[in-house]
Design a protein around this ligand. Structure first.
Ligand SMILES: [Zn+2]
Ligand SMILES: [Zn+2]
Ligand SMILES: [Zn+2]
Length: 365
């Protein structure tokens, strides 16, 4: 990365009056409407990295014909897949449309992913989830004249970059027309499951922080966790909670009764205590748990409901914050042992660990 950019001719327009707003080499004024379009690299093929860390290498199969895969004969489907692909440990039926095959090694999962013959024969399409192979971070104070593409072209990073997307802010003029204005924050997606601490753009240092996806609320049924485009629930009114569109409501928004909390506000209001709680929970969730383990637990509940204790431990060991707390606890235990002559017992060690964790959780609130 980064080295692909050719050196620009010696810059002789560095004087202030010649800078940026006059003629910026990055302003891309010729293609203004595309400037803030999400930039994705060409022919990117999602793969598991060989040193991708300790998680399950799942390949997801979906039907390419009209019959949902989950309705097929799973036993014979499993036998076929096992015959054609090496290294399958087990299978999971994810939902009506998707099944997952879990591979021993990343390389074997990648081979199955690229085995188009098997996929054609079985009328399936194989994919791997972005959450296990990619991670998105945010950088701030990126000049707004830079297009997503020029940011990409200027980036150097220890990780491969697969997409660049500037955050846009919705704005409404006096006539009620909405438009999107660029902000100085930019999301960068890396082709690896862990975030780098920084990137450089045209040699400038930018700190990378974790991206917290927004809380989604459906504008059709008003429930949380999905968007209206895919909603199969019945329409509910954000003013009164009955089954009609809010535009057909006989009530005034000042008489609104929130269907989530019964408060006097519309059901999508930022005032809603339920919404505030969801936003808070979302922040905590994305702060403390890596995307990969979130995805494992939530999206692929095992058919066998018993989870092995080692699964939980592996999840925790992927979490940097958890490891930091363990290290802090060990340091405390060692220093207590040095200053105190009485031998440490397991109860004392346990108390030190619990105290360290307690201090950390009060600090983050
Ligand atoms: Zn919905
Ligand atoms: Zn209504
Ligand atoms: Zn409410």
């Amino acid at each position: 990365m980064g080295s692909k950019r050719k050196k620009r001719k010696a810059d002789d327009n560095c004087s202030p009056e010649n800078s940026r707003d006059v003629d910026s080499p990055d302003s891309d004024s010729s293609m203004d409407e595309d400037k803030y379009k999400v930039f994705k690299i060409d022919n990117y093929c999602r793969q598991y990295p060989e040193d991708g860390g300790n998680f399950e290498y799942i390949v997801i199969y979906e039907s390419t014909d009209t019959r949902p895969l989950g309705d097929r004969d799973l036993m014979s489907l499993g036998a076929c897949l096992k015959r054609q692909s090496k290294g399958i440990k087990r299978f999971k039926r994810i939902n009506k449309y998707k099944v997952g095959a879990i591979f021993e090694r990343p390389g074997l999962a990648n081979i199955a992913l690229n085995n188009t013959k098997v996929q054609k024969d079985l009328h399936v399409k194989a994919t791997i989830p972005a959450t296990l192979t990619e991670i998105t971070g945010v950088i701030k104070n990126v000049p707004i004249y830079m297009s997503n593409k020029s940011i990409y072209n200027g980036i150097s990073s220890s990780r491969d970059v697969v997409s660049v997307r500037r955050f846009m802010r919705r704005s409404r003029d006096e006539d009620g027309n909405t438009s999107f204005l660029p902000t100085q924050s930019v999301a960068i997606t890396f082709a690896c499951p862990t975030l780098p601490t920084n990137v450089h753009i045209n040699s400038w240092y930018f700190e990378v922080s974790a991206y917290t996806p927004p809380v989604t609320q459906c504008l059709k049924c008003l429930r949380y966790g999905h968007i209206g485009k895919f909603c199969k629930n019945t329409q509910r009114c954000s003013i009164c909670g009955e089954n009609h569109h809010f535009k057909d409501c006989t009530k005034n928004s000042t008489e609104a009764v929130c269907l989530h909390c019964n408060g006097n506000h519309i059901a999508i209001s930022a005032e809603c205590p339920i919404k505030k709680k969801k936003i808070q929970e979302n922040k905590i969730k994305h702060k403390t748990v890596p995307f990969s383990s979130l995805f494992n637990e939530k999206s692929f509940p095992s058919l066998n409901t018993k989870t092995k204790p080692t699964d939980n431990i592996n999840t925790l060991l992927q979490n940097d914050d958890f490891l930091k707390l363990i290290i802090a606890s060990v340091i405390k235990i060692i220093s207590v042992n040095k200053t105190d002559d009485s031998p440490l017992n397991s109860e004392g060690i346990k108390n030190i660990i619990l105290d360290t964790f307690k201090i950390s959780s009060t600090n983050t609130n």
